[in-house]
Design a binder for this molecule. Structure first.
Ligand code: ASP
Ligand code: MG
Length: 423
């Protein structure tokens, strides 16, 4: 079995869904094809505004209407006159509205409430797309991911219960296979069932991870992620004019790159695939016949070229003990304790005798709380609005060219990787 994953951008209009459906049709074979789909376009961002306590009544009303009109329009273009699909949309939105009215609006229950509401993006998209594929004559079985992807109750970042998930997947898949008529199993990315029975999600952009979970549990032959880029590029075209497609990427390299912030692959996706030796292909839904990139059992990246990863909106904190003590293990332990408690990841760090510097993603409010907490014990200075550039397989020339005349606030080089924080 192969697994395909289509993200929000690949299904953001009726035309896009039609293109996605033609890619699916082109790849039908003797075996089942599992297709994982995200919410359409920017639906998840919209649904985030509908979580109780987030937006005022007026905004909620407007967003709710927008979400409904968007899905109804796409469905009516793809499936003109189909009242069943419009009825399905009403049913799903009705369910979501009932939940929204019952859910607690306090901060303590925010993560829980979030999962109950945003799951409907994927439920809506897959319902419309499954109906469309069947209309085109592709025998498609819609599967509720909440019956197969089992997680703990850590809402907004559900951790997979691998055993329960594997059992549920295998039971359902062999049932579908034994019927012998289904060509495509279509399911939602990103969502699952929490241990407490409620809906859970795997973290933003988590649909790639769903594809990897299914591939792992069902011993898939390969996973293909269809994207709006021609493959894994050596740099984000948003920042660099000339990019090179990397044809082959070793699993470990893909994990490193995701860790440094390469956004093409969701960080958790590669590990399960590596464990089972399942290759991961990244291909363009805009040029569906061109080859793309492969992550797999390769010795090196191919072609060998510097890889650039840019992270915007960084803050660099410089932390100094107030009592003239040195930065030693006890102080570091306190600092890391605070980071850990607030779930903040260090993107880059460096220490000297008297100060410790750390570069993190600047999520305004959260960072303010961190600074306040650290200031109880340390002197904290900071610079906001910075950019962290990571270059794998750097050359001095590549680093120089990138920095140009930007002020460098921090720089670190290891044998393979250079990281620079610039203003
Ligand atoms: N719809 C979810 C999100 O936008 C999951 C995904 O797209 O992977 O984060
Ligand atoms: Mg998305």
């Amino acid at each position: 079995m192969r697994v395909f994953k289509f993200g929000g951008a690949s299904v953001n209009s009726a035309e896009a869904v039609d293109n996605m459906a033609s890619i699916v049709q082109r790849h039908l074979g003797d075996e089942l094809l599992a297709v994982v789909v995200s919410a359409m376009g920017k639906t998840t961002n919209k649904l985030e505004r509908l979580v109780p306590g987030v937006a005022d009544k007026g905004e909620q009303l407007a967003v709710r209407q927008e979400v409904e009109a968007y899905h109804r329009d796409i469905a009516s273009v793809l499936l003109p006159g189909d009242e069943t699909v419009q009825g399905d949309i009403s049913r799903l939105l009705g369910e979501m509205d009932r939940l929204r009215h019952e859910l607690p609006a306090d901060v303590e229950h925010y993560n829980y409430a979030y999962d109950q509401v945003v799951s409907y993006g994927e439920l809506l998209s897959t319902t419309i797309i499954a109906t469309y594929l069947n209309r085109l004559g592709v025998n498609t079985q819609w599967v509720d991911a909440r019956q197969v992807v089992m997680t703990d109750s850590h809402h907004r970042e559900g951790r997979v219960d691998w055993e329960a998930t594997r059992d549920a997947c295998r039971t359902l898949w062999s049932e579908i296979e034994s019927r012998g008529t289904t060509q495509v199993v279509l399911t939602q990315g990103f969502i699952g069932r929490a241990a407490d029975g409620s809906q859970s999600t795997l973290g933003r952009e988590g649909s790639d991870y769903t594809a990897a979970i299914l591939a792992y549990c069902l011993d898939a032959e390969s996973v293909t992620i269809w994207k709006d880029v021609p493959g894994f590029l050596n740099a984000d075209p948003k920042y660099f004019a000339d990019t090179i497609k990397i044809a082959h990427i070793p699993y470990n390299e893909a994990i490193e790159l995701a860790y440094y912030g390469a956004s093409v692959i969701h960080p958790k996706t590669v590990k399960p695939l590596q464990n089972k030796g399942v290759p991961l292909y990244i291909r363009s839904f805009l040029q569906p016949t061109s080859e793309g990139s492969a992550v797999g059992d390769f010795a090196t990246i191919e072609p060998e070229t510097p890889l650039y990863i840019v992270k915007e909106n960084q803050i660099l904190l410089s932390i100094t003990p107030r009592d003239f003590s040195f930065i030693a293990e006890d102080n570091l332990q306190t600092i890391f304790g605070e980071l850990n408690e607030m779930g903040i990841k260090a993107n880059l760090m460096q220490n000297s005798a008297l100060s410790f510097s750390i570069c993190i993603d600047d999520w305004q409010e959260r960072t303010d709380v961190l600074i306040e907490r650290l200031r109880r014990l340390f002197r904290v200075r900071y610079n906001r609005g910075l950019r962290l550039i990571t270059i794998r397989y750097y050359t001095d020339e590549a680093v120089e060219r990138l920095i140009a005349d930007r002020p460098v606030l921090l720089e670190q080089r290891s044998r393979q990787t250079a990281q620079v924080v610039v203003g």
